[in-house]
Design a protein. Structure first.
Length: 99
């Protein structure tokens, strides 16, 4: 993630907090209650986002892991394409013996 992305996301979260605060004031909350509830919603939102991130990390569903798997698959495919028919036959026999 680039630095400008982080700055944009941070400003977006800050602006969202302000908008939520104004909405709470518009529906009748006093300034203190509106501030508390808007902060509570933002904290819950950030915690929810963090939990989804940790869930993706635990399941290895990250971009890096996917790129690594794609690379490994491509390398194996390339090796298989470069093998002679005799080598492929030998590999198949070895795999049948292991099963």
């Amino acid at each position: 993630m680039r630095r400008i992305d982080v700055i944009t996301i941070s400003l977006g979260i800050f602006a969202t907090g302000g908008i939520i605060y104004l909405v709470f004031q518009a529906i009748g909350f006093d300034g203190l209650s509106a501030g508390v509830w808007s902060q509570a919603l933002l904290v819950i939102g950030v915690l929810g986002w963090t939990l989804t991130y940790l869930f993706r990390v635990a399941n290895k569903d990250m971009t890096y892991n996917q790129q690594l798997k794609d690379y490994e698959d491509a390398v194996l495919q390339k090796r298989l394409e470069e093998m002679t028919p005799e080598e492929l036959e030998k590999l198949q026999k070895d795999m049948e013996e292991e099963s």
